[in-house]
Design a protein around this ligand. Structure first.
Ligand code: ZN
Length: 338
């Protein structure tokens, strides 16, 4: 198991970044970050890291950006991914390839990659997250994350309810193929998904304690993947649906939004309480329909059919249900997605 060693969550903790890293004073530090985020935090981060920082601009999570972070980190002691999903994913893979410690400093809570050993990078031969190393440390500034657009908070909730169907798929896979199933990792992931179902009515994007709960649950889910040694507890057929949409209509909807919508439909196939999942997503203002993320009924149907081909070695409810266009469309209609 590879797990994060240090986690700091709190108000105004970004200014403690320098001390949090625990690396020698003269060491060079590479920070992968988007320009928008850099403008906001450059001063406080520069001050905290005492000027030893080399910024690398990351706007896309693709191999080109991974290589530019790797080039910049030749003589560095560690890499920090500071920002949303892209900066964290790019920094994580670059650090893993360079064999350097990676620190995750999320500015939003939109997906579980902030703590997991997986990175979602375009331009590889895989249409799903690839294995890297988990962050050595995670520093989450609750105030900064609470100031992020509410849509990102809702997406984080979508990526968490996905654990309910992901774990069910893992159980199905274990029964069908005898693959490893870890009760502890499964329960940890389930608990993070259940947090949204149980608390959705009182959770809201700008609220500090909601943000803290969400961040802790996302970290827990990432740790569950670290314990399992695979993305199994966090990613099932609902993620395959989201990955299929990435290919069919690139750029439409956030990862967590697509996973949340996928979870509603996959939960119905699995015989779970899909209505409870849908209403929790509505409570936190996450999209529950195709129209809400500007995709068509046809694209949803396509993605449901294509999902089972994305990672055929991984057993999910789709391996069993074998949806054709007609049954896929009916599923999307019955759950109100289209
Ligand atoms: Zn995810």
């Amino acid at each position: 198991m590879e797990l994060p060693q240090r986690i700091l969550i709190g108000e105004n903790v970004l200014r403690l970044l320098g001390r949090f890293l625990e690396i020698p004073k003269s060491a060079k530090i590479v920070v992968a970050s988007g320009l928008n985020v850099q403008q906001k935090v450059r001063e406080v981060v520069g001050f905290s890291l005492e000027g030893r920082v080399s910024w690398v601009n990351v706007e896309l999570s693709d191999m080109e950006n991974v290589h530019s972070v790797m080039r910049a980190s030749r003589d560095a002691r560690c890499i920090i991914g500071l920002g949303g999903g892209k900066s964290v994913d790019v920094g994580k893979l670059a650090a893993s390839k360079r064999n350097l410690p990676f620190f995750s400093v999320p500015t939003s809570a939109s997906h579980d990659g902030i703590a997991s050993p997986f990175a979602s990078i375009r331009g590889t031969d895989k249409h799903y997250s690839i294995k890297a190393k988990p962050p050595v440390g995670i520093l989450a500034d609750v105030g900064m994350i609470a100031d992020a657009p509410p849509q990102l908070f809702a997406a984080g909730c979508g990526d968490l309810v996905a654990k309910l169907t992901a774990v069910k798929d893992w159980q199905l896979g274990h029964e069908a193929t005898g693959e490893y199933y870890g009760e502890y990792a499964a329960n940890l992931a389930l608990m993070s998904g259940q947090l949204i179902i149980n608390n959705s009515k009182k959770m809201s994007a700008g609220d500090r304690s909601s943000v803290r709960d969400l961040v802790e649950a996302l970290i827990s889910a990432g740790v569950a993947a670290g314990i399992a040694g695979s993305s199994r507890p966090c990613s099932g057929a609902e993620h395959l649906f989201s990955h299929a949409l990435d290919a069919i209509c690139p750029g439409a909807g956030l990862h967590g939004e697509k996973c949340g919508i996928g979870t509603i439909m996959i939960a119905k196939l699995q015989g779970l309480d899909w209505r409870a999942i849908r209403s929790a997503l509505k409570d936190v203002n996450a999209p529950t329909t195709a129209a809400a993320i500007s995709i068509s009924a046809e694209q949803v149907t396509d993605a449901l059919v294509r999902a089972s081909t994305i990672r055929p070695e991984r057993y999910t409810i789709l391996s069993k249900a074998r949806l054709d266009r007609r049954s896929a469309q009916r599923l999307a209609e019955e759950t109100g997605v289209i």
